[in-house]
Ligand binder design. Structure first.
Ligand code: AMP
Ligand code: ZN
Length: 112
């Protein structure tokens, strides 16, 4: 999608600090981290949100979930990590390209 911020980041049209990339996903540092480690994993395919997924996306989304421990460990999160997926305005989603927040480290805030 041409006016999507994360599609532009994936394409390299907007700079980011990439930490991992393969054929299906792109992973980069959040520009406004709320924890010592805060990265975002996005599918290269533009999927607006979990609400917009189709049956054809099941393998891709499963692949992303399976990658999370490896991605967290690559950032030094050996003891575990937190994931958040905000969905739609009611879920606080600000960027309309599905993304998984991966967070951890000593500054991980409380979550209540
Ligand atoms: P969400 O509220 O779940 O949609 O989260 C969007 C996230 O994208 C926020 O944590 C922002 O800090 C992050 N973000 C926005 N613009 C950029 C950018 N240019 N590079 C990296 N992260 C960004
Ligand atoms: Zn997009």
């Amino acid at each position: 999608m041409s006016d999507c911020l994360f599609c532009k980041i994936i394409a390299g049209d907007i700079p980011s600090v990439s930490v991992y990339e393969d054929e299906q996903i792109f992973v980069f540092k959040d520009i406004n981290p709320v924890a010592e480690v805060h990265i975002l994993a996005v599918p290269k395919k533009h999927i607006k949100s979990l609400d917009e997924q189709t049956k054809e996306d099941a393998d891709l989304l499963g692949y992303m979930m399976g990658k999370l421990p490896e991605l967290a460990q690559s950032q030094g999160l050996a003891d575990g990590f937190r994931t958040i997926i905000n969905t739609g305005p009611g879920g606080g989603q600000e960027v309309d390209h599905l993304h998984i927040h991966i967070m951890g480290g000593s500054k991980l805030p409380g979550f209540t």
